[in-house]
Design a protein around this ligand. Sequence first.
Ligand code: 4AZ
Length: 594
Amino acid sequence: MKLAHVILLFLCFYSSACKLTSTSHTFQEDLLDRNCLTKKYTHLSCNKVFCQPWQKCIDRTCTCKLPYQCPKNGTTVCSTNGKSYPTYCQQKSFECLRPQAKFLNNGTCTAEGQFSVSLKYGQTELEGIVEVQLVGQDEKAFICKSSWSMTQANVACLDLGFPQGALRTQGRFLMPEDASVNETECLHVHCRGLETSLAECTFTKTRTNRSQKLASVVCYTQNADPTHDLFQCVNGKYIPQKRACNGINDCGDQSDELCCKGCQGESFLCKSGVCIPRQYKCNGEVDCITGEDEIGCEEAGHPEIRVLPPMAQEETEILTADMDAERKRIKSFLPTLSCGVKDNTHSRRKRVVGGQPAHMKDFPWQMAIKDGDKITCGGIYIGGCWMLTAAHCVRVSKIHRYQIWAALLNWFRPNSEVKIQYVNRIIIHENYNGGTYQNDIALIELKKHPSKKECVLPYTIPACIPWSPYLFQPNDRCIVSGWGREKDNEKVYSLRWGEVKLIGNCSKYYPNRYYEKEMQCAGTDDGSIDACKGDSGGPLVCTDVNNVTYVWGIVSWGENCGEKEFPGVYTKVANYFDWISNHVGRSLISQHNV
Ligand code: 4AZ
């Protein structure tokens, strides 16, 4: 035992507070991924979250769409500037660009339409019991405490002009004797958490004669003194450390939920390290970028789906439109991309080093580069006239010598489906380093047939480009394929494939040669399955929970082939999403947030 621990134990013995603070601290340390926190992710980081339908992901950040880029379908909404917009998406896009005008109500604008929030009975401007006046209602009303949480409180404070949201959801506020408040008349409110105004949340009223407690709030200002065990949000707000990774967006910018190794309370951990509220599991909308929150939902008696909350069994009157449902509807109108989905359904039959032979349609994105009379490298079709390969596979000066073979299985006896293409352009990564193999990535643009507008490649389907480095994780199983050599350097003529595991902390196998951000190791525990000479430039593909296949890696290098403790090293394609997108055009490869 280290000396420090002995001293700590000694102190704990004499201090009752010690046990509590030290255990809660280590518990929280376990939940948070410190390295991830340095990246300062927020609700606008498309590496971690889906952007809103009125945003698009540019340079890893959710940025405002232009209103005309919104889907045309939708219902008319009115904004606080008195203008009507044809869709909610358009209004939010205008607001995103110029935040002064916010959402007011669903439908067209009317003269008397106003919405207001105010705080009553507080000692200062920043606290009190929450009072609202809904659009088209004469009376002001309070909100029931039972529907109030940090989610709604943050939106209310933001609406009131406190950019960092709420400090606390409750305070002690005494109503004067003569206030004559009817506590059976309070409203319920439900927000998603990223609304910019309380008017965007859904208000309901339940007939009851029970007296209810009322919602109150203390809004956050920088003066709130940072005491012990605080988590610093990216927006500068401090929250108690114990509220990080609980699925609730306490920060207001979601930064307390995006770097989690585990989740506490009523929340669900996405593979991407994000905690989402448990109610979002199986709610019909994908919340985890990896999609697993909507998997396995059909099973009968799913505990996350409650029939009706007890409150809704009473007579509930909906007072405002459900803009969250409208947001979901808009999402369904967004364009989708077709990639990574094979048109065969047969499962792979059983043989790279230690692999198995591939069958037609198994690897429809696999391409071969032929230089002279040999297949020298692999490639990956990504759509349009574009394919990816390794930078070390190609030279711009040799462009006229290359043939690109699609739908090839055996190059000694080519199958009838093979299509031969020529190269129009080679783009080698500007920072490719032939000494270290950093940025070992290149794009090949195929020549179009003179009479055709597009590249036509039978039996060829693009693999999707991963837009986030969090889509797959160490230990995920992926597939490498190619015409590369066997372990004993035996020549291979037919396309072979093998299953490998993604490997984290690869610097331990390749000290000073491995660059975590740009490279990905993959292999098997005994090293029996591996890429080898000739597989370079070819794909390492991973398939997500929805059976969509992504090109996660490009075969790049490794010490020998098929040796234990010397895994294959691949170019980590997710790190080059922007580079690829800038060359081939965003619309070819952006499947979300377009
Ligand atoms: C090569 O020479 C090569 N075992 C490719 C992959 C690996 C080793 C060598 C990985 O192209």
